[in-house]
Design a protein around this ligand. Structure first.
Ligand SMILES: NC(=O)C1=CN([C@@H]2O[C@H](COP(=O)(O)OP(=O)(O)OC[C@H]3O[C@@H](n4cnc5c(N)ncnc54)[C@H](OP(=O)(O)O)[C@@H]3O)[C@@H](O)[C@H]2O)C=CC1
Ligand SMILES: O=C1O[C@H](COP(=O)(O)O)[C@@H](O)[C@H](O)[C@H]1O
Length: 477
């Protein structure tokens, strides 16, 4: 890997502490870092280099999947420098350029620069424009920009943001993070299907009855009401993570695909995704919000009673929909997606339900269950006869790998960013097409044209989401 400077905007923030520092540390321990790297953390808070290094160490102790090793921690921390920086002040950028250049000379490294914008979306345009104007991003070596979610707050703002980034960086240099693409099981989808003819042969509308993608959470809005009450599940989870899971599941892997081919296939999936017709909005889309309820034996408040939520808010904390992909593989096969906060379980999974070819008593459809989160497993539901009762009973053939040695999503994505592999980042066309699919639904939510269904906290979501599948003769698995 080439030596570089890693410029972290938002070095004092929550994401840096919980995800970025642990990811960098684990990469370092595994030897997946450049020989020589300059990490420059930026923020307005007045810190010294030593203060930042102490904060990084504290974050590692709290959040790293691997215990901090006394023999290497000092060397790791010595790579970090802190630079006091206000993104809104133009003069900060000239000073930053000089600071980066001085450190590059000190370490004798080339001007390869990775800019990670772990800051509020409102700062992204200003930072990108000023990086160019000040020359910070004009390098002889390579330069890359990692941008956090959310990427825009609707179709128009996403296009504006992208236009701004494109004035400075080429698409190949922009790495839009969607941490679901960093999850090992999502990255393994291709290697699950392609080398297994038994699955590859079944991966289309002749054999599959429906696909179900669930991302349920037990947490509520927590302390994020100021953001979440405007975003809702649709912007927070659906426009990005769930639609990425749809793309990754629907891509066909007849042969090994190059990153570019994967990108094109994902784009084709989104182009084939049918918009929800206005007359189907209230039947194919379910908007929900949690009421008070119980989780792990504890009473939890209704969304509307959570701190920071607007009184009488109609924000969606649950979203389910029926999607149709009109291409040769998936025509006629519904994809059902759902996500919600304050559900009965934390689980992200992709379930492929196969068609039944007999209605014999006790026979159930075969299911391939790909558990993405929190545990990773693959299981296949098959029909087995119980010899003692002579009845069919569903049985599961399962494989799971829950070892803590697996690199986490941010580790994988940061590594890819450092080596310049953008396969598991969201490319602009995917992001734009996702917003295009979501936008009419967002508009309908804003106009209150889609009913809001309430569900008790700790439940499986509103009954309307179950009816969505029952109408088609299915149920959520
Ligand atoms: N936290 C999370 O779990 C997740 C976060 N994200 C995204 O990551 C990004 C960062 O989130 P998070 O870390 O939670 O946010 P925080 O509010 O915790 O941190 C914001 C960071 O931005 C810095 N900052 C704010 N204003 C300025 C400024 N004018 N100039 C320079 N630095 C500034 C702050 O530093 P200082 O105050 O010192 O200036 C701080 O380091 C956001 O886009 C968020 O949507 C995405 C997924 C999950
Ligand atoms: O991006 C987000 O994801 C988390 C859920 O992520 P997971 O990896 O725990 O499944 C969600 O809680 C959060 O609201 C959202 O912003």
């Amino acid at each position: 890997m080439e030596d570089m400077t890693f410029v972290l905007f938002g070095a004092t923030g929550d994401l840096a502490k919980r995800k970025i520092y642990p990811a960098l540390y684990n990469l370092y321990v595994e030897g997946k870092m450049p020989e020589s790297i300059s990490v420059i953390g930026l923020g307005r808070t007045e810190l010294t280099n030593e203060d930042l290094q102490a904060q990084v160490e504290e974050a590692l102790n709290e959040f790293s999947r691997r215990d901090v090793q006394s023999e290497n921690i000092q060397e790791f921390l010595s790579k970090f420098r802190y630079f006091i920086f206000d993104a809104m002040k133009e003069e900060s950028y000239d000073r930053l350029r000089k600071y980066i250049e001085d450190r590059e000379s000190e370490l004798g490294i080339p001007d390869n620069r990775l800019f990670y914008l772990s800051v509020a979306p409102r700062l992204v345009e200003m930072i990108t424009t000023q990086l160019d104007k000040s020359g910070v991003s004009r390098t002889n070596g390579w330069r890359r920009l990692i941008v956090e979610k959310p990427f825009g707050s609707d179709l128009e703002s996403a296009r504006e943001l992208n236009a701004c980034l494109k004035q400075v960086f080429d698409e190949e240099e922009i790495y839009r993070i969607d941490h679901y693409l960093g999850k090992p099981m999502v990255q393994n989808l291709e290697s699950l299907i392609r080398p297994n003819p038994i699955l590859k042969a079944l991966w289309d509308h002749d054999q599959i009855a429906n696909v179900q993608i669930t991302a349920s959470e037990t947490v509520g809005v927590g302390s994020r009401a100021s953001y979440y009450d405007k975003a809702g599940a649709i912007k927070d989870m659906v426009q990005n993570h769930l639609l990425q899971l749809v793309m990754m599941t629907a891509v066909h892997h007849e042969k090994k695909l190059s990153p570019k081919q994967t990108e094109e296939k994902k784009r084709e999936i989104m182009e084939s995704l049918q918009p929800v017709e206005p007359e189907n909005l209230s039947t194919h889309v379910i908007r929900g919000q949690y009421e008070e309820g119980e989780l792990s034996g504890e009473a939890v408040p209704a969304y509307r009673d959570e701190s920071g939520v607007t009184e009488g808010s109609n924000n969606d904390t649950f979203f389910a929909a029926k999607l149709c992909i009109d291409n040769e593989y998936w025509r006629g096969i519904p994809f059902y997606i759902r996500t919600g906060k304050r559900m009965n379980e934390k689980s992200t999974r992709i379930v492929i339900e196969f068609k039944k070819d007999t209605d014999d008593a006790g026979i159930v459809s075969n299911l391939l269950v790909i558990q993405v989160n929190p545990d990773e497993s693959i299981s296949l539901r098959v029909n087995m006869k119980d010899n003692s009762t002579d009845q069919f009973e569903p049985q599961y053939i399962s494989f799971s790998d829950n070892s803590s040695t697996q690199p986490e999503a941010y580790e994988r994505l940061l590594y890819d960013g450092m080596v310049g592999n953008s396969t598991y980042f969201a490319h602009w066309h995917e992001v734009e097409l996702s917003w295009e699919w979501v936008q009419p639904i967002l508009d309908a939510f804003e106009q209150d044209e889609v009913p809001l269904h309430f569900y008790p906290a700790g439940s499986k979501g509103p009954s309307a989401s179950h009816e969505l599948l029952e109408k088609d003769g299915f149920e959520w698995n």
